[in-house]
Design a protein around this ligand. Structure first.
Ligand code: GLC
Length: 648
């Protein structure tokens, strides 16, 4: 829509930054004009009545233009290439790993020398866990940022980060890191100035003179870390005020009802975009808008903010995709892809946290019915958006799927969750898993689960008992879990160490900065001596590494594993087996995953029912070609086995 006033306003920063509207910057200018009405509408729907609303809007237009002006030619070139590909990130060619630079290899400089390792595995996408300055001991793994623009000296400096980015880019690799949007560290300059009484910075946070409003908020806000950080407010003795701190008391929530906060943070987003990030992980977006009397999660204004961010990023740095880290109820997760006229215009990615948790559910119960019951919801993802698929990440596993999904499978939700918690925390006698409950809420008995992929799959106990059969079963379970997340569609991200079968690391217990947070048990310190075992085929490390590597190879070979809304769930006629078809044009791949500790039988009718025209199926995993038999004959999948069968 043509808007005279708005387009006049845009022309100021355009002139100031000498944007060549008719020449080399023409595409930028077109994008700016095309998105400006949305930017203005979204912005003013939040800030119309704010006294600084229009002043900050002028700053926003300036920020967008200067971000583009500062963007390197190399990144602009990459933007264009990505735009030509349209939704570059849906491809089957990406395989990721998430890692803490210090725990993986020491620092950013050393990371450069590890690129060959990723190449060997097939990983070409890295999520580097928070790198920006964060106070030691009160850091939440880097998610309490005290300076958004300074790389923490533990990792190196900005130049080191840039050098990693450039080297990765040359190698055809992609980079993701976080913008911690919801809060800062209590040591951030804004927080320090707020403590000293500067009104401007007190207004960057939710600060109150007494407990009356905080008490009111607390009535409806769920606690995130009830054991270690109960309530959502912290007393600040320096200024005798209460500040909102939803996560830990050293993480202060930014107040996005103040447009200065929004403009400052979008500038930070552009700073990261211009460092060459390909996907920006927006940390905890569900929390970014607060409203008295609500849970202060998933509010409509939080979505408006994300849509606004998306529109702005698309103008200045269109090659940057956004991942909304919303680990919330299944229905709520879906909304981060946008709704109604903003469908597929909000976050490009979300974590498939529902599927991840449901795989753990199936592994513990041997029953895939709850997983199936959830798919109706998960399949609502619009074309053009994608999932991060995973089995483990640095966080806990939340069993946040709906009670109705559990009930649909015939279970009582409370008992079912209790069973899962006892199974994975090891409280259940004979459970093969070693893990722990995280953030138990004494009032509701809600709890999440910590533990590494390998330990939760039984490897830790099996190794301790030197039980060779159980070791093999654990490896099979690890493979099954990874396989489903690699082939279900989306960008698979391996959590570092899982490709080598790392079990829990309990050393965090002797570190006072970590001992209160058992998520550290599954954030290993990589021992590069152990990595050498990859070359000895009889070792666990070699077996797990090669399984992972082979899965990546298969994924990259088959275009149908790209995320093109090309997934159909099968009725496998066996509750132990989850199955789906991935298709692309003529290509059709049947993927089946047996969550039982026994062999499972699938009638060939299951395939015919879904229109398998050919009677030959080639299993890319086993190398076996099957002939589709009669309806009374069966495909047999071994315990915790899986099949990736292409119609040939
Ligand atoms: C995200 C991070 C988590 C962190 C929290 C607060 O959920 O993944 O590790 O504790 O945000 O920043």
């Amino acid at each position: 829509m043509y808007q005279y006033q708005l387009h006049q306003q845009i022309s100021f920063p355009i002139l100031k930054h000498k944007i060549d509207v008719a020449g080399k910057d023409n595409l930028f200018y077109s994008r700016f004009l095309a998105n400006s009405s949305e930017i203005s509408d979204l912005y003013y729907s939040l800030y119309k009545n704010h006294p600084k609303g229009s002043e900050a809007f002028t700053e926003l237009l300036e920020t967008i233009t200067s971000a583009y002006a500062l963007r390197s030619e190399a990144l602009k070139q990459k933007d264009e290439e990505k735009e030509e590909m349209e939704n570059w990130f849906l491809t089957n060619q990406l395989a990721g790993m998430s890692l803490y630079v210090d725990r993986f290899c020491g620092d950013l400089k050393s990371l450069n020398s590890k690129l060959d390792y990723f190449k060997k595995l097939g990983v070409n996408f890295l999520h580097l866990m928070p790198l920006f300055e964060s106070p030691e001991g009160e850091s939440d793994g880097g998610y309490a940022v005290s300076n958004f623009r300074k790389v923490d000296p533990r990792f190196g400096n900005l130049a080191d980060l840039q050098s990693v980015q450039e080297k990765m880019s040359l190698e055809g690799m992609f980079l993701m890191f976080d913008i911690v949007l919801n809060h800062t560290s209590f040591r951030h300059e804004w927080a320090e100035r707020a403590k000293k009484g500067e009104k401007k910075y007190q207004d960057f946070f939710y600060m109150y003179d007494d407990r009356s409003l905080p008490n009111w908020f607390d009535e409806t806000m769920p606690e995130i870390f009830p054991e270690t950080a109960p309530g959502s407010f912290t007393y600040v003795p320096e200024c005798n005020k209460w500040v909102m701190s939803v996560f830990h008391n050293y993480q202060w929530d930014l107040n996005y009802s103040n447009p200065d906060v929004f403009v400052t943070m979008i500038d930070t987003i552009f700073f990261y975009a211009n460092l060459g990030v390909d996907i920006l992980r927006i940390d905890a977006p569900a929390f970014i808008w607060k409203q008295l009397g609500t849970s202060c999660q998933n509010l409509p204004e939080a979505h408006t903010l994300l849509r606004l961010i998306k529109q702005c990023v698309q103008v200045a740095a269109p090659g940057v995709a956004l991942l909304g880290e919303a680990i919330v109820a299944p229905k709520e997760i879906m909304k981060y892809f946008g709704t109604d006229r903003y469908l597929a215009k909000e976050c490009d990615f979300a974590y498939n946290a529902t599927q991840m948790a449901l795989q753990w559910d199936a592994l513990a119960t041997g029953d895939t019915r709850v997983m199936l019951a959830a798919q109706q919801e998960i399949l609502q993802k619009p074309y053009g958006c994608s999932w991060i698929t995973y089995t483990r990440c640095h966080d806990d596993i939340g069993l946040g799927y709906d009670d109705s999904m559990i009930a649909a499978a015939g279970f009582n939700a409370y008992d079912h969750r209790r069973y899962l918690k006892e199974y994975y925390s090891g409280a259940l006698q004979n459970s093969p898993a070693s893990g722990a409950l995280f953030s138990v809420n004494p009032k509701t008995q809600d709890a999440r689960i910590s533990g590494s992929l390998a330990s939760l799959c039984g490897l830790e106990k099996a190794i301790r008992k030197n039980d060779l059969a159980q070791i093999e079963i654990s490896i099979q379970k690890i493979s099954l879990m990874q396989a489903q997340s690699f082939f279900i569609g989306g960008l698979p991200i391996i959590f570092y160490g899982d490709e080598l079968g790392y079990t829990n690391d309990y050393s965090y217990l002797s570190d006072p900065g970590k001992s209160y947070d058992n998520r550290w048990m599954h954030r290993p310190m990589i021992d590069w001596e152990k990595e050498k075992k990859i070359d000895s085929p009889e070792t666990v490390e070699s077996k797990v590494f090669n399984v992972t590597k082979r899965m990546i190879e298969i994924r990259k070979k088959i275009i149908a594993f790209g995320d093109y809304k090309n997934l159909t769930w099968l009725t496998p006629y066996n509750i132990h087996v989850a199955g789906f078809i991935r298709s692309f044009g003529e290509q059709k791949i049947y993927c089946l995953f047996n969550y039982s500790d026994k062999a499972s039988y699938i009638t060939w009718y299951a395939f015919k029912n879904h229109g398998a025209k050919s009677n030959k199926l080639y299993d890319h995993w086993t190398g076996i070609t099957h002939t589709v038999g009669g309806d009374h004959e069966y495909l047999i999948i071994p315990p915790y086995g899986f099949s990736i069968m292409e119609v040939v």
